[in-house]
Design a protein around this ligand. Sequence first.
Ligand code: CMP
Length: 140
Amino acid sequence: MMERTLGIIKPDGVGRDIIGTVLERIEKAGLKIVALKMIRMSKVQAKGFYKVHEGRPFYESVTDFMSSGPCVVMILEGDDAIAAYRGLMGATNYEEAAEGTIRRDFATDIEKNVVHGSDSPETARFEMDYFFSALEAAPA
Ligand code: CMP
């Protein structure tokens, strides 16, 4: 099923100059990058993005981290894009991520895990709309 998902290269990935590496893995996996830009979130914007995690012990820390530098945000399209991109990223905790995944290869910490991807169609809709206008995310 053709699907869209929201992907982020987090401030650690941007800071370590692996934007190109991550984008290459995405393209080689057959996912189409249909929208892409670099942004810098304020603390308030990061809190809005991770609102689903409000109250969890890592909420303050992850929203500090996500507002600490620029991120690359993108919309990816493809067959089962949500699961396909999550497979490419690997588990949230890089120590549990499968060999060859982005997080296994580049993450340094459960928080500084290089990339984010939506975890369901509902989350994908919310997250794509959070960063992209209808004009930027042209329909397929
Ligand atoms: P992400 O997939 O973007 O979703 C929430 C983020 O919070 C997660 O990746 C990590 O960067 C961060 N985080 C830090 N600690 C945890 C934790 N214990 N469980 C889940 N996410 C965590």
